[in-house]
Design a protein around this ligand. Structure first.
Ligand SMILES: NC(=O)c1ccc[n+]([C@@H]2O[C@H](COP(=O)([O-])OP(=O)(O)OC[C@H]3O[C@@H](n4cnc5c(N)ncnc54)[C@H](OP(=O)(O)O)[C@@H]3O)[C@@H](O)[C@H]2O)c1
Length: 245
C-alpha cells in the first residue's frame, strides 16, 4: 500500500474480529482493535504486535462498548484527534442471544422470543453499526477514501429465511438494509460499504462444529475491506462472490 491505512475492527479480541485484524495488519494496515473488555482487547493488540505479522507493530487497542452512544462518540473523537483518519471500518462485533442449538431450535421460535432479547440483539448488531457509520463516515468523506464492511450472515438473507432465531436473523437483515441505504447515499464518493457473510466459522459464536476456520471467514471480510477504487459498493458477498439478499 502506498499510504498506510488505518483500519478499525470492532469485536477484535477473539474470533473473526481478531483474524480480520491479523489479515489487515499483514496487508500493511495500522489496526485499531476495539473491544469492551479492557484486559481482553489489550491482550489481543499485544498478541498481534508480538506475532510478527507484517504491520503488527501498529496494532493499537481501544476500549469501547459499541452499543453505548457515548463510547462511539469517544472513539470517533480519538480517531480525529490522534490519527486524523479512519480509512477502514469493520463492523464485526455481534451477539447471538437466543439458544444456539442448531439441531434443536426449540426455545428460539418467533412466537416465543422475548421482545427485549430482540431489542438487545438489534442494539448491538444493527444500531451500533449505524452509530459507528454516522460517527466515522464524516472523516472518511473528508479524506476522500473509505471502506466499510458490515459483517452479516446468511441467517439474515430474506432469500433463504427459514423459521427460528428471529432476534439474530432480523438484526442481520436490518444490517443489510443499512448497507443498502448507506451505499445509495455514498454513491459518487470513494467511500464503499458492503455486507459480507463469512460462512459458518468455528468461533465462540459459531461453535466447534462449524465447517470453516475463523481465518477462512476473515478472508471474505478482509477482501471487502481492501477493495480497490473500482470495486463494488452496496453488495452482499461471501468469498468475494455476490450472494442473494
Ligand atoms: N461464527 C460464525 O459462524 C458467524 C457466521 C456469520 C456471521 N458471523 C458474525 O461475525 C461476527 C463475529 O462473530 P464471531 O463468530 O467472531 O463471534 P464471537 O467469537 O462471539 O466474537 C464476537 C465479538 O464481538 C464482541 N462484542 C459483542 N458485543 C459487543 C459490544 N457491545 N461492544 C464491543 N464488542 C462487542 C465480543 O466481545 P465480548 O467478549 O465482550 O462479548 C467478541 O469479541 C458477528 O457479527 C457474527 O454475527 C459469525
Amino acid at each position: 500500500m502506498l499510504t498506510q491505512k488505518l483500519a478499525i475492527v470492532t469485536g477484535a479480541a477473539r474470533g473473526l474480529g481478531y483474524a480480520v485484524a491479523q489479515q489487515l495488519a499483514a496487508a500493511g494496515c495500522k489496526v485499531l482493535l476495539v473491544g469492551r473488555d479492557a484486559a481482553a482487547i489489550e491482550a489481543a493488540a499485544r498478541r498481534l504486535r508480538e506475532s510478527g505479522a507484517a504491520g503488527g507493530a501498529d496494532a493499537v487497542a481501544h476500549v469501547a462498548d459499541i452499543a453505548d452512544a457515548g463510547n462511539v462518540a469517544a472513539l470517533a473523537a480519538r480517531l480525529r484527534r490522534e490519527f486524523g483518519r479512519a480509512d477502514i471500518l469493520v463492523n464485526n462485533a455481534g451477539v447471538f442471544l437466543e439458544p444456539r442449538d442448531f439441531s434443536n431450535p426449540q426455545g428460539a421460535s418467533v412466537f416465543e422470543v422475548a421482545p427485549e432479547l430482540v431489542a438487545a440483539t438489534w442494539n448491538t448488531n444493527a444500531l451500533a453499526p449505524l452509530r459507528l457509520i454516522q460517527a466515522i463516515v464524516p472523516l472518511m468523506r473528508e479524506n476522500g477514501w473509505g471502506r466499510i464492511v458490515n459483517v452479516s450472515s446468511s441467517m439474515g438473507q430474506l432469500a433463504e429465511m427459514g423459521g427460528f432465531w428471529p432476534g439474530y436473523r432480523m438484526s442481520k437483515t436490518a444490517l443489510n438494509a443499512l448497507t443498502h441505504l448507506a451505499a445509495s447515499e455514498l454513491k459518487g464518493s470513494n467511500v464503499k460499504i458492503n455486507s459480507v457473510c463469512p460462512g459458518w466459522c468455528s468461533t465462540e459464536m459459531g461453535g466447534p462444529e462449524a465447517t470453516r476456520t475463523p481465518e477462512q471467514g476473515a478472508a471474505s471480510i478482509a477482501w471487502a475491506a481492501l477493495l480497490p477504487d473500482d470495486g463494488p459498493s452496496g453488495g452482499f458477498f461471501r468469498d468475494g462472490q455476490p450472494i442473494d439478499w
